[in-house]
Design a protein around this ligand. Structure first.
Ligand code: HEM
Length: 461
């Protein structure tokens, strides 16, 4: 089939390509609701089951956006993010993000988006990240100090709460010039509730109730909104007084529409803080339970650091540390999927996807695609040894997305992760205290549903 060309989106001929297959009956689709309920019950495991049963471009019968095409084929991901990126807009699923993020960095398309990205970019360059090194060093040193206390008592502690505290401090400083962990539980709860609400905004039963009903869920959402609004209002005051964070100052001085200050700050808080914290939690969980990897980390940190705390200048030499972080991001990608929508017909990995179809790039599924990853469920940092993985398609690994919409915070996140993982392994040996493996929770981010508790032991006593 050929369609008329438009100046904005040149049409790709989809002639002859078959449409993607997908579940039409049990076990992956139910009558009437299709895959909606099964997907919602355990999204990551559903993604993998659908991939194994129907391939790497799958048509899912899902409400309210039926069909939705799940993509885990590397060539298709590359086409969506790079080769034919002009043919993909944010689309129906990204509408829900506006609930908290308004019109901003994550929700806008094309020229409008470019304007926002250009304004905040200077805060994410290597020089800008290096200029904030003192804040990062102090935050990592405090974490190590607190964990020395945990090691003294031998009591288990919540790994993710610690990761959130670190991330909220370092990223909070870059955004609003303040340690956002000082807001206490309220801030991390607000982020978690917002990320849950955005996910549930698409097709949740809650939405069908009359809007005036103050359900407990709606009260939580409103409270989260008030917390974030309060932080934004204070950041505006700080910026006007010449204080505050680099990102807030850049936005305040910009010529973007007035609402951009709020939209972009909330977007960056929601996109940056929990994601980075989760990556740290999952990395330390995996290294704690794999003695082979743990020994390599201990050897590397002893050799490179020789008893000093790690700093930005050490990161290049901490090769195995980077490999362990990369592998944890493969197995547990904090942003486990992200949406797009076709503007015109396209062909993805040999399958025709009609114009206007919502597409979910499943990072989780791509990272566990057995065609690209041998023994995909196994934690093996060696996959990321420099020079390894030549037989793998580069787009099989997309924890930070790709193309022009690649994560703006990739450098900030990765350097904080590497520095912290090195600091922890230089000093402590962690043991996972929970008897049962963590259960996946998946809204916008992939999180351990019941947290992860660990104990720490000093290595050099
Ligand atoms: C390990 C940590 C992180 C992970 C796994 C992650 C993952 C991602 C992914 C997959 C995307 C692409 C979404 C898409 O294309 O639809 C993205 C975009 C984005 N991320 Fe991150 N992110 C992380 C850390 C951060 C940090 C630290 C910040 C900022 C403080 C941040 C801010 C953003 C923003 C603003 C976007 C939208 C970029 C644009 O469209 O121009 N992220 N992130």
């Amino acid at each position: 089939m050929t369609r008329e060309n438009t100046p904005r989106c040149p049409v790709t001929s989809a002639a002859g390509a078959p449409e993607p297959d997908g579940p039409t009956g049990l076990p992956l689709a139910w009558p009437v609701v299709g895959s909606t309920v099964l997907y919602a019950a355990d999204p990551p495991s559903f993604v993998v089951r659908a991939q194994r049963a129907h391939g790497t471009v799958v048509s899912l019968p899902m409400l309210p956006h039926n069909p939705t095409v799940q993509v885990t084929a590397p060539e298709a991901i590359r086409r969506i993010l790079q080769g034919n990126a002009d043919n993909y807009c944010r689309g129906a699923y990204y509408e829900a993000f506006r609930l908290f993020m308004g019109e901003g960095l994550l929700t806008l398309d094309d020229a409008e988006w470019r304007g926002h990205r250009k304004v905040v970019n200077p805060a994410f360059t290597p020089g800008a990240v290096a200029a904030r090194a003192a804040v990062t060093d102090a935050a990592v040193a405090d974490l190590v100090g607190r964990w020395a206390g945990h090691a003294d008592t031998g009591q288990p502690f919540d790994l993710h709460a610690e990761s959130m505290r670190l991330s909220a401090r370092v990223i909070g400083h870059a955004l609003v010039g303040r340690d956002l962990s000082a807001e206490g539980e309220e801030f991390s709860r607000a982020l978690a509730v917002a990320l849950e609400a955005i996910f549930k905004e698409v097709g949740s039963l809650e939405k069908m109730l009359p809007s005036f009903l103050p359900t407990p869920y709606r009260r939580r959402v409103n409270r989260a909104r008030r917390t974030l609004e309060r932080i934004v209002a204070r950041a505006a005051r700080d910026a006007d007084e010449g204080a505050g964070g680099e990102v807030a100052a850049l936005l305040r001085a910009s010529e973007l529409p007035p609402d951009a200050f709020r939209s972009d700050l909330v977007t960056l808080m929601l996109a940056g803080v929990e994601t980075t914290a989760l990556a740290l939690t999952w990395t330390l969980y995996e290294t704690a339970r794999h003695p082979g990897a743990r020994d390599r980390l201990e050897e590397e940190t002893d050799r490179v650091l020789d008893g000093r705390p790690p700093g930005a200048a050490d990161l290049d030499a901490l090769t195995y540390t980077a490999m362990a972080v990369d592998e944890a991001l493969r197995l547990h990608p904090p942003v486990w999927q992200f949406p797009r929508q076709t503007l015109e017909d396209d062909v993805l990995a040999g399958r025709r996807v009609a114009a206007g179809t919502p597409v979910l790039v499943s990072v989780y599924g791509a990272h566990r695609n057995p065609e690209q990853w041998k023994d995909p469920d196994r934690f093996d940092p060696e996959r990321f040894r420099p020079g390894a993985g030549q037989d793998r398609d580069r787009s099989a690994y997309v924890p930070f997305g790709g193309g022009r919409r690649q994560c703006i915070g990739k450098r900030v996140g990765l350097s904080l992760l590497r520095q912290t993982v090195a600091a922890v392994h230089a000093r402590f040996r962690l043991t996972v205290a929970d008897a049962r493996p963590p259960r996946n929770g998946a809204y916008i981010t992939l999180f351990p549903k019941d947290g992860i508790r660990v104990t720490a032991e000093e290595r050099h006593r």
